[in-house]
Design a protein around this ligand. Sequence first.
Ligand SMILES: Cc1cc2nc3c(=O)[nH]c(=O)nc-3n(C[C@H](O)[C@H](O)[C@H](O)COP(=O)(O)O)c2cc1C
Length: 330
Amino acid sequence: MVKIGDIELPDFPLLLAPMEDVSDPPFRALCKEQGADVVYTEFISSEGLIRDAAKSTMKLDIYEKERPVGIQIFGANLDSMLKSVEIVEKSNPDIIDINFGCPVKKVVSKGAGAGILKDIDLMVSLTEAMVKHTKLPVTVKTRLGWDENTIKIVEVAERLQDVGCASIAIHGRTRAQMYKGEADWHPIAAVKNNPRMHIPVFGNGDVNSPEKAMLMRDKFGLDGAMIGRASIGYPWFFREVKHFFETGTHLAKPTMDERIDAARRHLQMSIDWKGERLGVFETRRHYTNYFKGIPHFKEYRQRLVTTDDSEGVFKVLDEVYEKFGDYQFV
Ligand SMILES: Cc1cc2nc3c(=O)[nH]c(=O)nc-3n(C[C@H](O)[C@H](O)[C@H](O)COP(=O)(O)O)c2cc1C
């Protein structure tokens, strides 16, 4: 069994990665239904939270049905991070996660996200202060290092553990790599193989097939997999991995009925949660994957991602079902 603080998880849990504009409550709920064991919000700015920026506070919403859920925050200022811990606690999440991995310039230039990989002492002291400031488990998501010459993740992970971090998820790329090349899981395995490590070490980066998840478990010996891009528009990825672990065989792909149902519910939950305009807009990025592989689908995809009102999108989904309802996905 794997534990994050007191939260008991099955062996080799599958975690839905925090993803900006993707890991919102509707999508997290769909992933949870399909077997995700822990889900995370997208990153939330600590500075935004303490300014009470509406966009930031809305990201704190969670549904009961998605638990256990972690709220991820980022920042580099101790005071702001501690104040945001207090704000986040009011949403009653199960976990508070710190983003020490975001590579984008506007975050890094303020010393936050992966920017903190240039100041490991600050990374450790911020984590320690946050752990002391809350009763919730505090977890960290980070990258291997700033660049290939500064990979000290074994030492960093041990220091984070020693100040009370409850688990660590490591993306097998450096900040300099951004999303390029392949994720390297060897340094993550080195973290896990450190005999002093006792908190769960989760691997992240390029888990895009059940076989790869199995490799992460059996060859690299990690405690669980955090899954990002493979789940976008494809929440069934979680159940496919679990089925493969249990049986060694591949589960049949979701049927058109399931896909249409998921797309409809996704859209409906999104509108209920963030309103018609944003709900329609932010569900768009999922449709390509929901219906990936259907020949001659271009026209419908185009309409799904350009129709501005939900009624119109629901109608296109009806048409898709009428035209392609019998399509067999392989
Ligand atoms: C659209 C998108 C948004 C992301 N937003 C976040 C974020 O808010 N917080 C974070 O820690 N990582 C974020 N990431 C990184 C992912 O959590 C993950 O580390 C990365 O995609 C590698 O995993 P994967 O290969 O399974 O996708 C984001 C990635 C994508 C593709």
